[in-house]
Design a protein around this ligand. Structure first.
Ligand code: HEM
Length: 324
């Protein structure tokens, strides 16, 4: 980014939040589109909280841990999730634990809490270890071929989320789900960065492609829900918990659409984040041979050649630091 960042008249802002002089009439939108991380990182030079005008709106970048804690924890009731980005996510995913607020969010959050109890995590650990082993076996079987780490990490994390949260093996559907989530994700990012793009109902090629991708994934997820409802097989996964949920006052369970909205968010949030984290970790490890050496040394000494389990995590301190 060649743009020099200037702080405008700080005295004019009543609350003394420094405002970065906008480079164009649209404010920081253009620069932000080109280099979001660069713009946000550079605001650090100008204060703990910095205002970036963006068209008719403003972005506030909070750079200081104590203020972040105040917003997200200590005084969270004063802040809402109703940002432009979240409104867009809500348009396509509806109200769920991720997009919901207040009482709705609290209810869902409490309901889902048992998913993250210790015994559940132990089960997830086994699922993860098995899926990782299967991936390694596949890589071994196709030795010497080039591996697309990004696609492979997406495949393995989707497999894990499918098994851990819904007790299903996506198999042939994995590529479809992954590709369509990527299309939907790219479309959301594009919309957040291009606020004047025609709304979803206008049949532009982009809108039609994103709509088709959402429809295919929605059909797959709804089918999983319907199959579970029909089979009645007892499971101890997220879907079972959601299906057993009853409203305290009315005694009613979640409708199919409500079940769909929660499972959609878990599938997406559960694989996209972890897949990116693993892909970037692989990339950076490949760029830092000294880190790779130490990582391998720790894994060799702690695991002694066997597969890792949840109990090994406290001993894998260097590995943990690499991922963090
Ligand atoms: C490297 C991995 C991950 C990262 C970096 C990450 C990041 C985040 C962030 C930043 C939020 C807060 C979003 C907001 O409210 O603005 C969030 C929320 C959430 N994440 Fe993750 N996540 C990761 C893994 C996962 C996994 C594996 C799952 C599910 C199995 C998951 C499910 C959720 C859910 C359900 C929420 C909403 C929680 C709530 O509002 O109460 N995430 N995640």
């Amino acid at each position: 980014m060649s743009q020099t960042i200037n702080v405008t008249n700080m005295v004019k802002t009543k609350n003394k939040i420094p405002t970065l002089a906008p480079p164009s009439l649209l404010g920081w939108l253009g620069e932000f589109r080109r280099d979001p991380l660069g713009v946000m990182t550079r605001t650090r030079e100008f204060g703990d909280v910095v205002r970036l005008p963006m068209g008719p709106q403003s972005f506030y970048v909070v750079n200081e841990p104590a203020s972040i804690q105040r917003i997200l924890q200590d005084n969270h009731r004063n802040y809402s999730k109703a940002t432009r980005a979240l409104k867009m996510i809500k348009q396509v995913s509806g109200e769920n634990i991720f997009t919901g607020e207040g009482e709705f969010w609290l209810k869902r959050r409490r309901l889902m809490q048992p998913m993250f109890h210790r015994q559940q995590i132990v089960m997830f650990g086994t699922v993860m270890q098995q899926a990782a082993q299967e991936l390694l076996n596949e890589w071994d079987a196709s030795a010497n071929s080039i591996v697309n780490v990004d696609a492979e990490m997406m495949r393995v994390t989707l497999k894990i989320v499918g098994r851990a949260l819904f007790s299903v093996d996506f198999n042939a559907e994995i590529e479809t789900l992954g590709e369509n989530f990527s299309i939907g994700n790219e479309d959301l990012t594009f919309r957040i960065r291009h606020p004047f793009y025609p709304p979803r109902f206008v049949p532009t090629p982009r809108n039609r492609r994103a709509q088709a991708a959402r429809q295919i994934n929605s059909d797959i997820i709804l089918r999983i829900i319907l199959e579970r409802q029909a089979s009645g097989a007892p499971q101890r996964d997220l879907l079972a918990l959601l299906m057993a949920m009853r409203d305290e006052e009315t005694g009613e369970g979640l409708t199919e659409q409500e079940l769909y909205r929660e499972t959609l968010v878990m599938l997406f949030a559960g694989h996209e984040t972890t897949s990116n984290a693993l892909t970037w970790a692989c990339y950076f490890i490949s760029q830092h041979p000294d880190v790779e050496r130490k990582l391998r040394a720790e894994l060799d000494s702690v695991l002694q050649g066997r597969a890792p389990s949840l109990e090994d995590i406290p001993q894998l301190t260097y590995t943990r630091r690499v991922l963090d």
